[in-house]
Write a protein that binds this ligand. Structure first.
Ligand code: UTP
Length: 297
C-alpha cells in the first residue's frame, strides 16, 4: 500500500561522481569528467551551486579512484588566497569564495568499484542517515529560466512531501534513451507520478517526460538498494529501486522548462560551453562573433 511520508527538511545532497566517464576518454583518463570546465567552472560546480541555492546545507560526494582532485577543488587554498589578496585581486577572491562550501559542510566517500548509479547512491547511506535527501547527477548541467531545478523540486516537496523527480519534455523519438514517467493528476505545483519506465520503445512510451537527473528521495531507498540485484547493463540501477519504493511511498514529478545539457556526452558538453559562454557579459560578444564566423553567417 502506498503511504504518504512526513515532510522532514531536505538538508543534504548526494553527488555521485565515481563513474569512469568512458565517453570522455582520453580526457577522463587522469582528469575526472566532472572537473572538465564549462567556460571556467568545473561541471560539478554547477550542480553544487544549484544545490546551495536550493538551501542544501551538506554536500556528499561519492567518489572513486582518480577523483581526489574533486575534494581539492572544494577545499580552501590558503596560498592562493594569500597571493590574490597581496595582489589586490578582489574580483578573483570573490569568485573563489562564492564557490567555496563552508568548512565541515562537505563529505566524501568512495564507491570503490563503479557498480552503477544505484550502488553509488547506496554508498552515501551512512552520511545521509535517516532523512530525505536530494540527488543530483552532476553530468546534467542545467540552465534555468528563473530559479534552479532543485529549488523548484523543493517547492513541490514542501507542498506534497514524498519523493520528487524532475522531468522534462524530450523529442518523442528519443524516449528509448531515457527513463520516462507516467503523468498523473496535478498536485502541489507538480503532478502525481503513476509509473516509470526505463528506456521504453518509442511505440510503448507512456509519455515523453524524461527523468533529467534531479531527485528528492526518502531514506527508505537505501534498504531497497542494499538488497537489489543488478539490472540493465549489469549495474545497480536507481530507477529499479525507485520503482520498488513507489509501491510503498508517493512519487511526484516536476516539469523543468529550462535547458539541460548532458555534459557526460561530447555534444552536450560542447553545447553547454557555447550556450553558457554566449550568455555571459565577459565572453558573450566575442563568442557570438566567433560562432557566426565559423558558421559563415
Ligand atoms: P553515467 O553513466 O553518465 O556516467 O552516470 P559514467 O558511467 O561515468 O559514463 P560513461 O558512460 O562511462 O561515459 C551518471 C552519473 O553517475 C555517476 C557518474 O559519475 C555520473 O556522475 N556514477 C555512475 C557513479 O558514481 N558510479 C557508477 O557506478 C556509475
Amino acid at each position: 500500500m502506498v503511504s504518504s511520508c512526513p515532510k522532514r527538511p531536505v538538508r543534504k545532497a548526494v553527488f555521485p561522481v565515481a563513474g569512469l566517464g568512458t565517453r570522455f576518454l582520453p580526457a577522463s583518463k587522469a582528469v575526472p569528467k566532472e572537473m572538465l570546465t564549462v567556460v571556467d567552472m568545473p561541471v560539478i560546480q554547477y550542480a553544487v551551486n544549484e544545490a546551495r541555492e536550493a538551501g542544501i546545507e551538506h554536500f556528499v560526494f561519492v567518489t572513486g579512484r582518480n577523483k581526489g582532485v574533486i575534494e581539492d577543488h572544494f577545499d580552501l587554498q590558503p596560498e592562493l588566497v594569500g597571493m590574490l589578496a597581496s595582489r589586490n585581486k578582489s574580483d578573483m577572491l570573490e569568485v573563489l569564495s562564492k564557490n567555496q562550501p563552508e568548512a565541515g559542510r562537505t563529505s566524501f566517500t568512495r564507491q570503490q568499484e563503479p557498480l552503477g548509479l544505484g550502488h553509488a547512491v547506496w554508498c552515501a547511506r551512512d552520511i545521509v542517515g535517516d532523512e530525505p535527501f536530494a540527488l543530483l547527477l552532476p553530468d546534467m548541467v542545467m540552465k534555468a529560466k528563473n530559479e534552479g531545478c532543485l529549488s523548484s523540486l523543493m517547492e513541490v516537496y514542501n507542498n506534497t512531501g514524498g519523493n520528487i523527480i524532475a522531468v522534462e519534455e524530450c523529442d518523442p523519438k528519443d524516449v528509448s534513451s531515457y527513463g520516462v514517467v507516467v503523468l498523473g493528476e496535478e498536485q502541489g505545483g507538480g503532478f502525481a507520478i503513476n509509473g516509470m519506465v526505463e528506456k521504453p520503445a518509442v511505440e510503448d512510451a507512456p509519455s515523453n517526460l524524461m527523468i533529467n537527473g534531479r531527485y528528492i528521495l526518502q531514506p527508505e531507498i537505501f534498504k531497497l538498494l542494499e538488497n537489489q540485484e543488478t539490472g540493465a547493463g549489469g549495474e545497480i540501477q536507481i530507477t529499479d529501486a525507485m520503482l520498488r519504493l513507489a509501491k510503498m511511498q508517493e512519487f511526484f514529478g516536476y516539469t523543468f522548462t529550462g535547458s539541460t545539457y548532458d555534459c557526460g556526452s561530447k555534444e552536450g558538453f560542447i553545447a553547454a560551453n557555447v550556450s553558457f559562454a554566449l550568455d555571459r557579459d565577459d565572453t558573450g560578444p566575442v563568442v557570438r562573433k566567433l560562432v557566426a564566423e565559423l558558421l559563415g553567417i
